[in-house]
Design a protein around this ligand. Structure first.
Ligand code: SIN
Length: 335
C-alpha cells in the first residue's frame, strides 16, 4: 500500500473540534503562537532536528536552523571514535527506512570542537545526543558536552542494535534509573531521555526516567526491524537487524506519546514519521510539547521544518488557539 500523501493545508479548514476542545477567546495575532519552553529550553518553533539524521558540522546545523528548526539534536556521540557498520547501512522500505549505521561518530573529544563552533553560529538550542556503555560513561559524556556549550543532553538509551548500550540500557528499569540519576548529578543542564518503543510498556519506563530526574522525554527511537532480499535470500543490512523510521512508525510513536502523557508529568517530545503539519498537530494533541523530525528531511529536504511550522500556525489560527501550548494533550480531554 502506498504512503498517504500530505494533504493541502488550505483545503482542510476549519477542522471540526469537539466543543470542549475549542479555545476560549479570540486569538492574539501579535504574539509568536509557536514558541514553547521545554525543560527550560526556549524554542521559537516546536520542531526539532532528530538525532542521527545529518552529519556533525556546525554548518549543517546552521542550515537546518535556518530552515525553521526550533532546536538541533546532534548525532549520538560516544567517548571513543567509532566507524560504525560497513555498508549497506540503510534500506528503503514501504513508507520508511530501515537503518543500522552502528553509531558512527568521531568521539566526544573531537566533537566538542564542533559543539563550540556550532554555538558561535546557532541561535537555537543545541542538544548533544550521547551514548555510553555504563552510567559513568554517560555522565562523563554529558559533562564534556555541556562544558563545550551544549544547551542540553539527550541520552540515547534506545538504539535498537548496538550491543551493551542503547536499548540494552533503556529496556532495563534499573540501568535506566541509574544512568539518568548519574547524569543528573554531573550536569545542571536539561537531561532528555530518548526512549525505545521496543519494550512492553514505554509509559512505565518513562515513569522510571522521570522519577530518576529526567527533565523531558523523547518518544520514540526506531522500531527494531529487518529487510530480507528475496533474490539473494539474505538480510539486506550488513548488521542484519536495524531500526525502522518514517511514516510506517507514526501510529506506533503516536500511541507511545499518548500513553506516556497519561502516566508522566514531564514534557514529551514526539518523534517518529512526522512529515507534515498534520502529523505534527496529531503528536501535539496526543501530548507532545514539541516534535522531532528526521526521516522526512531525507524525503523532503530541510525546508520541511518551515512548511510544518507554517501549517501548524495556520491550524492554530483557523481554530482560534492563541498558542501551540493550548493543544498539547487535547486529545486526552473527556466531555
Ligand atoms: C545508528 O547509528 O545505527 C542509529 C542510532 C540509533 O538508532 O539510535
Amino acid at each position: 500500500m502506498p504512503c498517504k500523501e500530505e494533504d493541502n493545508v488550505q483545503e482542510t479548514f476549519p477542522l471540526r473540534l469537539y466543543p470542549w476542545q475549542k479555545a476560549r477567546g479570540p486569538s492574539d495575532l501579535s504574539q509568536n503562537r509557536l514558541s514553547v519552553t521545554l525543560a527550560g529550553l526556549k524554542l521559537a518553533s516546536p520542531t526539532m532536528l532528530a538525532s542521527g539524521i545529518l552529519g556533525y558540522s556546525a554548518e549543517t546545523f546552521e542550515s537546518i536552523a535556518e530552515g525553521g528548526a526550533g532546536a538541533i539534536v546532534t548525532k549520538s556521540i560516544g567517548l571513543k571514535p567509532r566507524s560504525g557498520y560497513v555498508n549497506p547501512t540503510v534500506v528503503q522500505v514501504s513508507c520508511g527506512l530501515v537503518n543500522a549505521m552502528g553509531l558512527p561518530n568521531p568521539g566526544m573529544d573531537e566533537f566538542a570542537h564542533e559543539i563550540r563552533r556550532a554555538k558561535t553560529v546557532l541561535r537555537v538550542p543545541l542538544i548533544a545526543s550521547i551514548y555510553g556503555y555504563s552510567e559513568e560513561e554517560y555522565a562523563q559524556l554529558a559533562k564534556k558536552a555541556v562544558m563545550a556549550g551544549a544547551d542540553a543532553v539527550e541520552l540515547n538509551v534506545s538504539c535498537p542494535h548496538v550491543k551493551q548500550t542503547g536499548s540494552e540500557i533503556g529496556q532495563s528499569s534499573e540501568l535506566l534509573a541509574a544512568t539518568v540519576k548519574k547524569v543528573k548529578t554531573i550536569v545542571d543542564k536539561p537531561v532528555i531521555v530518548k526512549l525505545s518503543p521496543n519494550v512492553t510498556s514505554i509509559a512505565d519506563l518513562a515513569e522510571v526516567a522521570a522519577k530518576a530526574g529526567a527533565d523531558a522525554l523523547t518518544a520514540i527511537n526506531t522500531v527494531k526491524a529487518m529487510v530480507i532480499n528475496a533474490e539473494t535470500g539474505m538480510p539486506m543490512l550488513s548488521n542484519r537487524v536495524g531500526g525502522l523510521s518514517g511514516p510506517a512508525v507514526k501510529p506506533i510513536a503516536l500511541r507511545c506519546v499518548y500513553d506516556i502523557f497519561e502516566q508522566v508529568k514531564i514534557p514529551v517530545i514526539g518523534c517518529g514519521g512526522i512529515t507534515s503539519w498534520r502529523d505534527a498537530v496529531e503528536f501535539l494533541l496526543a501530548g507532545a510539547s514539541a516534535v522531532q523530525i528526521g526521516t522526512a528531511i531525507a524525503m523532503k529536504g530541510p525546508n520541511v521544518f518551515s512548511s510544518i511550522t507554517r501549517g501548524v500556525s495556520v491550524y492554530l489560527r483557523k481554530n482560534g488557539f492563541k498558542d501551540v501550548n493550548e493543544i498539547v494533550g487535547l486529545s486526552h480531554h473527556r466531555q
